[in-house]
Design a protein around this ligand. Sequence first.
Ligand code: GAL
Length: 133
Amino acid sequence: MKPVLELFGVDMKVGDTVKIKVFIDPEAERFSINLGQEHSELALHFNPRFDSGRVIVCNSKEAGEWCTEQREEAFPFEQGEFVKICITFHEGVFEIKLTDDSVLEFPNRSCMDTMTYLSVQGDVRVKSLKFDY
Ligand code: GAL
């Protein structure tokens, strides 16, 4: 997926939330929002896909290797629309709140206590990004 935004030196700790608003390209195939410590160490890869059955895939990555995927039934996304995604880093779990107020959870498998890296990739443009600390 093409790189859209990459932030190093993030200081996201337990209890913190990041709110991201993106515009999904009208021809979008997929996009992702990633949190971790660098691109090869991801605690959360949140990856809505239009090109493989409209599904959200979540995963983590350790030492450059993908771990076990978690697939979600909810898919409140449409191409050509704005969406707001709020990710709260709780102890042991990420809570991901979507535009329709549905909430997904993904475990913090690697037990990282600080997210220092955030990236957005794929077929979106970033409208706003805000850390609520
Ligand atoms: C792969 C895909 C990656 C990532 C991963 C998640 O198939 O190429 O971009 O989404 O799945 O498990």
